[in-house]
Design a protein around this ligand. Structure first.
Ligand SMILES: [Zn+2]
Length: 108
């Protein structure tokens, strides 16, 4: 049985959920853990949370741009000039159905 490749939409959705979960963890999880450990309020948290948040935004943004329509290469998170949080089900440029299209194999 051949392994079913995830569709572009599924990849985008998994990316979205992973991004939201990791974002919530950075903003709430780490301070919460620090509070539980009794280490809050000393100001050091900002030095961990803010850089992490910055790295998260960069990684998340770059990965979003790398999840593209297999037909025309347009980012599935872009609708026209806008970038949106949820992947498109159909490509806004060429109209391909992204819930059935799978990503192309990239050269390793
Ligand atoms: Zn397209």
């Amino acid at each position: 049985m051949a392994e079913r490749r995830p569709t572009v939409y599924e990849v985008g959705k998994a990316h979205m959920i992973g991004g939201i979960v990791s974002g919530i963890f950075i903003v709430w999880g780490i301070p919460l853990l620090a509070t539980v450990a009794g280490m809050e309020g000393s100001g050091w948290l900002d030095w961990i949370v803010l850089p992490l948040l910055f790295v998260w935004v960069v990684i998340f943004g770059v990965r979003s741009l790398m999840i593209v329509c297999p037909n025309c290469g347009k980012s599935i998170f872009q609708r026209g000039i806008w970038s949106v949080f949820w992947p498109a089900k159909t490509c806004s440029r060429c109209g391909i159905d992204l819930t059935t299209a799978t990503g192309k194999d990239r050269d390793a």
